[in-house]
Design a protein around this ligand. Sequence first.
Ligand code: PXG
Length: 438
Amino acid sequence: MTLSRKQLEAHWMPFTGNRQFKDNPRLMASAKGAYYTDTEGREIFDGLSGLWTCGAGHGREEITAAVSRQMAELDYSPGFQYGHALSFELANKVVELTPSGLDYVFFTDSGSEAIDTALKMARGYWRTLGRPGKTKFIGRMKGYHGVNYGGVGVGGIAFNRKLFGETVDADHISHTLLEENKFSRGMPEVGAHLADELEQLVLLHDASNIAALIVEPLSGTAGVLPPPKGYLNRLREICDKHEILLIFDEVITGFGRMGSMTAAEEFAVTPDIMTLAKQITNGTVPLGAVVVGAEIYSTFMHKGGDDYMVEFPHGYTYSGHPVACAAALATLDILQNDKLLDRVKAMAPVLETAVHGLRESALVTDIRNYGLAAGISLAHCPGQPLKRPFEVGLKCLEKGFYVRWGADTIQLAPPFIADEEQIHGLVNAVAESLDELD
Ligand code: PXG
């Protein structure tokens, strides 16, 4: 179906250059496996697994069947004061797949909602314990934690705050992009010392005022920044020392992208609170989750008053939606039955070798990778820092490859089902696009 310029006008698109898009629409019509087909019938390789969502590939019949069955059987069920079996089944499954010590799951509809839920849990936890001063959050420069008020405040991306002003009370530690780590493969060698900046912020604000530190274990949107060796462990130690909760935002890293179920497992550091979304339903139905340890959950339960009372006044109309839970259970079965984490581990070195081959290009200033994720930084066009990645993205599309551009980087995150040839094809498309722009 072709849409006229007039028909495209009413939809105010998210994180999109609306004017450019509506003059040059890029419309997908269908998807199967690792490919989209656009409205002109062209096959396009999915080089970002949707938006980091569809690792198991598109059009998975197991998910379609589970969702259709659920729609027919119980299309909606009130989530407040009533329940249905699937959300409990899914919570048990999520607990099984996340590191031990994370035992309770709260469902949301998106990553942004999971972040705001996690922040409210952290503040609520300290207030419940009689320490109401612990309200400040510490985030990290370049961090992306979604677009809700809390997430924008703890996030470290100016573009996402520019129009909105201050939101929550937050300070930030430095990002981990260091000159000496340029073109690192996997975890950079240098940078664990950057965690000590948290100590500096404790000296400035005092731990009695700080509720939690929130970081992405691997920063995705900022351009794929794997954690330096020892860095996350150091953050964990400092948080423990000062009684600051540690929140890992695993919206991108959760459920396979790193080669383990979670980045916490992959990097062997367990947070107090973990946020999940995206890959949990393979992108098919919106769903997010916040996973916490028994200490946090039982604090709310013990201080919750009489047992008919609500312990945590928070939740969404669609929290634990039965159709989303059905999609998630089917997705997590696929990840396990098809041994997709083994595939991520097997293909990660292929992506690493291929993507670091782009170093030859004069326009490339840095390359980073971990698991099935890679970020390529590009030299700015004079006076137009955002333009070149946009141009590379459009050139890749002309060649039949969808890649993500943001700030000064190109991001690649092929589906877990991608084979060697497809990964090489994807990176070659980026290489040719860079050559054409050079
Ligand atoms: N936390 C992290 C770490 C994310 O990456 C969110 C929270 C928010 O999730 P929702 O579901 O509310 O969008 C995200 C989302 C990109 C890109 O190009 C990344 C996201 C979304 C869209 C594009 O890197 N991350």
